[in-house]
Ligand binder design. Structure first.
Ligand SMILES: [Zn+2]
Ligand SMILES: [Zn+2]
Length: 347
């Protein structure tokens, strides 16, 4: 266990907001920015970080170092979404402090399902889903025999619900929940409706989680649910959520990775253009009928398909399917009748 004692630094964003860089082990993102918001009842955290001993040390030491009174004083935890780099340490923080943990109902139900679903059930679902998407048998076979529990299989159950549009329980502050589904069905951004401490123009500050990041586009896949066959449109949700954030026009965005930035509307426009370009590129590929797997093989990724590792291929197929859903919903592509596995073609 690597202790980081003595090197922890809290960054002061002014106006009673600080951030801690809580490391994510073996991940190119490097760290989660955990925000510490002062309130009249003690600090409230926005996200907590990955559940790892080194990360826990950084969080505990950082809370002590930033004068917020230490982890035992934490009053509440607001979770932007259920992913383990955001919600991983929530249970430990609650144990150490008695803090409440709040999450949107849609992500809370994923947490509940994750705790209750046996790994075999999940692997069977994934195997069937990938077969239906046209994955080759050698890719699917390992899933049919897998039994190992996935890491992060017992995330903490939140004890409060984040209700979209409502102010959260931060005594002396104004923090409003903005529902921004897409990256996950219950992703929220948190709008600090207070003047910017540095006098920057715009409307307050926005904790954006993974919804809007300065230099990378978040993964948009399907909302995988073994027990719910509802045909969702996560990419459509995401694009709507982006426009909602653009209209807020916050003075500064405080994201969960990378670094804070200004001019949210410009970043939103970039992301909308990126996805529109991607949809147009996919339509060109769909001049011949393709399964989601074949589409993923032909899409542009950060490296050639042959070099994409096993687990990332599943994520890539999920992303291809999210784009197909969007195109079908827009009437720009359609499923080929009678194809098995089902193929899609430009309409
Ligand atoms: Zn995430
Ligand atoms: Zn993240």
């Amino acid at each position: 266990m690597v202790s980081s004692r003595g090197q922890v630094r809290a960054y002061d964003h002014g106006g009673g907001v600080r951030s801690l860089r809580v490391p994510i082990p073996d991940n190119p993102l490097g760290f989660t920015l955990v925000y510490v918001v002062d309130t009249d009842r003690g600090p409230v955290l926005v996200d907590t970080g990955w559940d790892d001993p080194g990360a826990w040390d950084v969080l505990v030491d950082g809370l002590a170092a930033c004068g917020a009174g230490g982890v035992g004083e934490v009053y509440g935890v607001v979770i932007t979404h259920h992913h383990p780099d955001h919600h991983g340490l929530s249970g430990k923080v609650r144990e150490a402090s008695g803090a409440w943990v709040a999450m949107h109902a849609a992500d809370a139900s994923i947490v509940r399902r994750t705790r209750e679903t046996r790994p075999e059930h999940w692997y069977t679902y994934m195997a069937n889903k990938l077969t239906a998407a046209g994955a080759p048998e050698e890719h699917v076979a390992p899933l049919r025999t897998a039994r190992r529990a996935l890491p992060g299989f017992a995330p903490a159950l939140p004890d409060r619900e984040i209700v979209p549009g409502e102010l959260l329980d931060l005594p002396g502050r104004r923090l409003r929940a903005i529902w921004t589904p897409g990256h996950t069905p219950g992703h929220v951004c948190l709008h600090l409706e207070e003047e910017h401490p540095g006098g920057l123009p715009g409307h307050g500050r926005l904790f954006s989680g993974d919804h809007v990041l300065p230099e990378i586009t978040p993964h948009i896949g399907l909302y995988e649910d073994p027990d719910d066959a509802t045909v969702t449109d996560p990419l459509g949700d995401y694009l709507d959520s982006l426009e909602r954030v653009g209209r807020l026009a916050p003075a500064e965005v405080l994201p969960a990775h990378q670094h804070p930035f200004t001019d949210a509307p410009a970043r939103v426009r970039d992301l909308l253009t990126h996805h529109e370009d991607r949809l147009t590129g996919l339509l060109a590929l769909l001049s011949t009928p393709l399964t989601p797997w074949q589409l993923a093989e032909r899409m542009e990724w950060n490296r050639p398909w042959a070099q994409i590792p096993y687990g990332s291929r599943n994520i890539a197929v999920s992303e291809a399917e999210a784009h197909l859903r969007r195109l079908v919903k827009l009437g720009r592509a359609e499923a080929v009748t009678g194809s098995e596995p089902v193929t899609y073609v430009a309409a």
